[in-house]
Ligand binder design. Structure first.
Ligand code: PLP
Length: 449
């Protein structure tokens, strides 16, 4: 069977995520037969360099022998067992290691099976904590403009990407939205740290006004990934941690996309030297292999739920596949690779290479900014460079870059007008050079008229 035959069968029965299915009347669907390292290969042997880690999940390449071996071993032991009343070795070892490597003070791991579900857990846990400690008036959440936390109704409510949210607004809880520290909007000549301090005034005001009724502030530390890879300075997180403590409000750090080394440190919160009350992880947790998510929290939060059954203080939230052993074994293998391979050190060299090969992009007449936090690099295409007027979304300029990438054997999948690289850490410096070349050509084609 060739690509076209698989495509036909697919389009007969599969409804794809985040896709206007009618697009596939023109846009080819790419059925993948196998993967190896950074490469994805279709049914006709064409290869695509996975520059976006298959939606930011893959860390150490596809079909990684070490992760494969760990999964195989686990499958011969136990593939799944419920986590209520029962446990297994992989979840115990994983939880011990996560407590060890995450910011100090996070001591308890609650599992879910995807990022959005982890957000639901954190929101519910925070709300329930305040009830348990006698503050039932706390029922609301504060989040940032341009944020993204997933697609389930609670996660969508605390997010702010209109494209995903607007339609469902009648279904969503009312959230307090505060202007983001997104540094793309800073004044010319203003430092990122100064801009973040200035933007923090909005958060301070919101906390002053709403702290009594607010459970938690939720943020994506350092990079608003789905919000067009907009970035900010760690100082904002330091200020936020201090203010949340002062106002008696939880801080939820959604590191689902930025955790596991993406921003240069193991966790983005480390750059501000803060510990959130809830840390949500998924995606890279299993090296991008399997759906698994975890919310880490503190001892005081755990203790607020710990009581006799009859007090009804327990957190009675569950998912069938909570802490699936195969997922946990992939996560353990992933953490082993981090330990054995000097990953963060090597990533610093790769990040530098990404910066070097895209240095000249800012000189392009339709590129307003090239920004980077570690292994995430984003290029913002604009209609008018001087005023930074964006291309209207209807023009789908990013799609042209995507199509050019495919022709050249690269999977680049821009977000609106933003082309970005977020590759698996097994990318080589030479592949980074090739990637930049294809992105440069793609941007040229996309902004030609
Ligand atoms: C920051 C952030 N939070 C939450 C999610 C949702 O995760 P999932 O797609 O696994 O539900 C995403 C997904 O991209 C994300 O980037």
């Amino acid at each position: 069977m060739n690509n076209q035959q698989w495509t036909q069968r697919d389009l007969g029965v599969v409804w794809h995520p985040c896709t206007q299915m009618k697009d596939h009347e023109q846009l080819p669907l790419i059925p993948i037969r196998r993967g190896e390292g950074i490469w994805l290969e279709d049914f006709e042997g064409r290869r695509y360099l996975d520059a976006i880690s298959s939606w930011w999940v893959n860390l150490f390449g596809h079909a990684n022998p070490r992760i494969n071996a760990a999964i195989g071993k686990q499958l011969n032991e136990i593939e799944h067992v419920l986590l209520a009343g029962f446990s297994h070795e992989a979840v115990i070892r994983l939880s011990e290691q996560l407590v060890e490597i995450t910011p100090p003070g996070l001591s308890r791991c609650f599992y879910a099976d995807n990022g959005s579900s982890a957000i639901e857990v954190a929101l519910k846990m925070s709300f329930h904590y305040w009830r348990n400690v006698g503050k039932p008036r706390k029922t609301r959440f504060i989040s940032l403009t341009n944020s993204y936390h997933g697609e389930t109704l609670g996660a969508l409510a605390v997010g702010d990407v209109a494209l995903y949210k607007e339609t469902y607004c009648p279904l969503l809880m009312d959230v307090i939205t505060v202007p983001s520290p997104d540094c793309f909007s800073r004044e010319k000549g203003e430092s990122e740290a100064d801009y973040c301090r200035r933007q923090f005034v909005h958060m301070e005001r919101a906390l002053e006004r709403y702290a009594e009724e607010t459970c938690a502030v939720i943020v994506e530390p350092l990079v608003q990934c789905a919000g067009n890879m907009r970035m900010y300075d760690p100082v904002y997180l330091s200020l936020l941690r201090e203010a949340c403590d002062r106002f008696g409000v939880h801080l939820i750090a959604d590191e689902i996309a930025v955790g596991f080394g993406r921003t240069g440190t193991f966790f983005a919160c480390e750059q501000a030297e803060i510990t959130p009350d809830f840390l949500c992880l998924s995606k890279g947790l299993t090296g991008g292999y399997l759906p698994l998510a975890v919310v880490l929290t503190t001892e005081p939060v755990y203790q607020a739920f710990y009581d006799d059954y009859s007090t009804l203080r327990a957190f009675l939230h569950s998912h069938s596949f909570t802490a699936n052993p195969v997922g946990c074994s992939a996560a353990l293998a992933t953490l082993d690779i981090f330990k054995e391979d000097r990953v963060l050190e090597n990533n610093r060299l790769l990040a530098k290479k990404m910066q070097e090969v895209t240095d000249h992009f800012v000189d392009h007449p339709h590129v307003a900014e090239v920004r980077q936090h570690g292994m995430i690099l984003a290029i913002e295409m604009v209609k008018d460079k001087a005023s930074r007027e964006p291309y209207p979304w209807q023009e789908r300029r990013g799609l042209r870059v995507y199509q050019h990438g495919l022709q050249k054997g690269m999977l680049l999948r821009p977000l609106g007008n933003v082309v970005y690289f977020m590759p698996p850490y097994v990318i080589t410096p030479e592949q980074i050079t090739d990637l930049a070349e294809v992105a440069w050509e793609g941007i040229g084609l996309a902004t030609r008229d």
